[in-house]
Design a protein around this ligand. Sequence first.
Ligand code: NAD
Ligand code: UGA
Length: 465
Amino acid sequence: MSNVTVIGAGYVGLTTAACLAHLGHKVVCCDIDPNRISMLEQGKIPIVEDGLEELVLSGIGSGQLSFVLGARHAASGSEVVFLCVPTPQRQDGSADMSYIVEAVNEIAENLDPGTVVVNKSTVPVGSTTVVESTLNRPDVLVVSNPEFLREGSAVHDFLHPERIVIGSDDQGAAIRVATLYSKINAPLVTTDPSSAETIKYASNAFLATKISFINAVANLCEAVGADVRDVILGMGYDSRIGFEFLKPGPGWGGSCFPKDTRALINIAEDGGYDFKLLKGVLSANDEQKEIVTSKIIELFSSDESASGHVAVLGLTFKANTDDLRESPAVGIVTKLLEAQIRVIAYDPTVLPTSIDRFDGKSDLAYDKSASSNANDMSSAFRLEQSRTEKIQELIDKGLEIASDPYAACDGSRVLAILTEWDQFKWLDYGKIADSMTKRAIFDGRNLLEPSQLRRLGFTYRGIGR
Ligand code: NAD
Ligand code: UGA
């Protein structure tokens, strides 16, 4: 069993730390956000992630997992150090490497000779070399080990991956990283660092392409009178196609597909290749959000005499996460508000009772005065602001947040489902129908059974059906 340090306690870092501790390693996990660290020390989880709390509590209990503020001292005494810091998108679409460079600068002096530094963040091809030169430690080895977990099922995906990819020019270092995962039963792909980095971007871009393709097919189905659900069934049984990532919706979002797709276009451009296919995928995704917005506005405008607002169910970029980064729902709500339409939204992770936290009063808000780091414009501050600011911005534009789905629907003219939270399937749509001024549903995730809703008097519109 190894001594491991994980830098960054976000979706990837915290999952990595908790799962490696669960696999028997001694793990120190650090972050630059003091509030996040103090919550974690008490076993409180700052993100919504199934099964993570149990693992963190058991890791703390067994002494296998601990948390510290800042990377500087966390990395000394470790055999393997994982970089799990953000690589957000720059204005030109390329990946921002400044968090990686900041973290590497912090640890460089304190690493023991022979340490392996593992890059788990999603980074441009060639970044292993950037980390090596920033470290300036010839006695330390750098390995690429991209992560493929999905938010909402991060723990499951980490412990049951489809494959483990390790990119290194040093066989010994690759073996040391592979050994950390020896209890996990998954194919191991060992390659050079550039190929490992490319595998990560190409995988995300391919999945995004698959979704955009099925969204386009759904639009085609509407045009020719076909039902996309049956089309998917007929396609998916072909094992070369499969059923995964063929659910049409309001467009793909989240913290990774949009930024990684743009980054790959950028990487290709830098290499002298014009990745036209991927540019098309990106614009098809933008178009999908426009199409969905227009459908809602069309339903809303079809009876100008009716009173009422648009009730939106779901704000996160997908179900089972609290992440609002590049959420299609947020973009669509913004467009509705800009069109002067009153919107009342409900999302299980964005509740009025937690709105205090959007004023910076919560446990999660970064307290600058508490920082021991002079470099205060830290990533924690910038990132926490992004969720806070997003909700505040929507509220400033007029969005009202309801405490339950029925309250959001009460008095509405159109109900729009934008995130596929399972609980939305089981609502009492008879009760909702009675509380609406007009019975119209836009089901942006094809979650509901149209015939049942039509029986209740609803005008139903879904995607591709
Ligand atoms: P995140 O924003 O949830 O977490 C990153 C954490 O790193 C934050 O808590 C931040 O405060 C901390 N941090 C930043 N600089 C630090 C430093 N110098 N020292 C210590 N902590 C620091 O990000 P994430 O979603 O976990 O993503 C991290 C990386 O993994 C990105 O490159 C992302 O593309 C990639 N990735 C993400 C996912 C996902 O599902 N979210 C999946 C695979 C890969
Ligand atoms: C995605 C990848 O699935 C992970 O393998 C990868 O590690 C991660 O990005 C990353 O690099 O960060 P994630 O962003 O958590 O994971 O979410 P997904 O489940 O992939 O969904 C992404 C978007 O596609 C969501 O907006 C979702 O609603 C949409 N989607 C997904 C569809 O519209 N249809 C589908 O069939 C699947």
